[in-house]
Design a protein around this ligand. Structure first.
Ligand SMILES: Nc1nc2c(ncn2[C@@H]2O[C@H](COP(=O)(O)OP(=O)(O)OP(=O)(O)O)[C@@H](O)[C@H]2O)c(=O)[nH]1
Length: 314
């Protein structure tokens, strides 16, 4: 898939900027169209604000960027590259405080990671990718197929388990996911596992019954280890746009989200939603997914993301 002569950093940059191409090119094209024909005035700044809003960056950030573009530039010609530079600088400022790696505390054995999110957001795929990453760091990993709703999710996790040579604790479809999580954590303790990744069934944030079930999973895990889960990762699908805001609110209230993973940034022109989330919730963003392959999940870095979204080359 990648040119092996490239350094890993460069190949990841290429994957990131390719992944964000739909967002950056619609933003870049719109900006280029706006700035070529006239000198900067209030109307142009309003248009730039609209372009940023369409990329889902959120009102506050869009206004701030438009103000920064305008500062000292009224009645002068401005290039698209200048605007992109301002976008990148301002977006990076919002993202720096949230770009935090997921720290695995080796004193917690196992370090329990609960993975939550709405249906189809990419939880199971993300768990597979993380399992590969942790195993490659020499950690003993175990997976718990807590998405007992969907037979396909259990199978999908087993495939990832085989691929990454990771044990998978699974029950029958329809079995109680809280008791499965309990059994998995007990087994992980017995087997001196370093990281236990628990999958959960996708649930809509406004379905009280399913959200209560998630609370139960957390309560039951704590019977085995009062300090667990040590991380609660909310997996968000970037293509849902503004709906991600209410997902974060509801899952944070129910399960105490400690960090975000945003997937499918390759499939949307609205990748700016990550910036709006960072501005509003200030929750750590650990990883982003820009494809279905095992290498398409990477630690989140503010500068790279900001430059990629602004459409700046390398
Ligand atoms: N393009 C793209 N597709 C992704 C990414 N992450 C996951 N997917 C795809 O999204 C689909 C749903 O992913 P799953 O991992 O099954 O989602 P889930 O959250 O476990 O789904 P439920 O079990 O229904 O809740 C699959 O086809 C994945 O291959 C990504 O970063 N980019």
């Amino acid at each position: 898939m990648n040119d092996t002569s490239e350094t890993p950093k460069l190949s990841w940059w290429r994957r990131l900027s390719n992944g964000l191409k739909r967002t950056s090119s619609s933003l870049g094209t719109a900006v280029a169209d706006l700035v070529t024909k006239r000198k900067l005035d209030r109307a142009m700044l309003d248009d730039i604000e609209d372009v940023l809003l369409r990329a889902d960056l959120g009102t506050q950030v869009a206004v701030r960027i438009a103000d920064a573009v305008g500062a000292g530039r009224y009645d002068k010609a401005i290039s698209a590259d200048e605007v992109k530079d301002v976008v990148a600088t301002e977006v990076e400022k919002v993202l720096v405080p949230v770009a935090k790696p997921l720290e695995i505390d080796a004193a917690k054995k196992p370090f329990v990671i609960l993975v939550v999110g709405v249906n189809g957001s990419g939880k199971t795929t993300t768990i597979g990718k993380l399992s590969q990453k942790f195993a490659s760091e020499g950690r003993k990993v175990m997976l718990a197929a807590g998405d007992t709703f969907r037979a396909a999710a259990i199978e999908q996790l087993k495939v990832w388990g085989e691929r990454t040579k990771t044990p998978v604790i699974a029950g029958a479809q329809g079995s109680d996911s809280a008791s499965l999580a309990f059994n998995a954590l007990t087994a992980a303790k017995e087997q001196s596992i370093d990281v236990l990744l628990i999958d959960t069934a996708g649930r809509l944030q406004n379905k009280a019954e399913l959200m209560n079930e998630l609370e139960k999973v957390v309560r039951v895990i704590r019977k085995v280890d009062a300090t667990a889960p040590h991380a609660v990762l909310l997996v968000l699908d970037a293509t849902v746009g503004q709906n991600a805001l209410s997902q974060v609110e509801a899952f944070h209230r129910t399960a105490g989200v400690t960090g975000l993973v945003m997937t499918k940034l390759d499939g949307t022109a609205r990748g700016g939603i990550l910036v709006a989330l960072a501005e509003k919730f200030k929750l750590p963003v650990h990883f982003i997914g820009v494809g279905e392959g095992v290498d398409d999940l990477a630690p989140f870095t503010a500068r790279d993301f900001a430059r990629a979204i602004a459409g700046i080359e390398s």
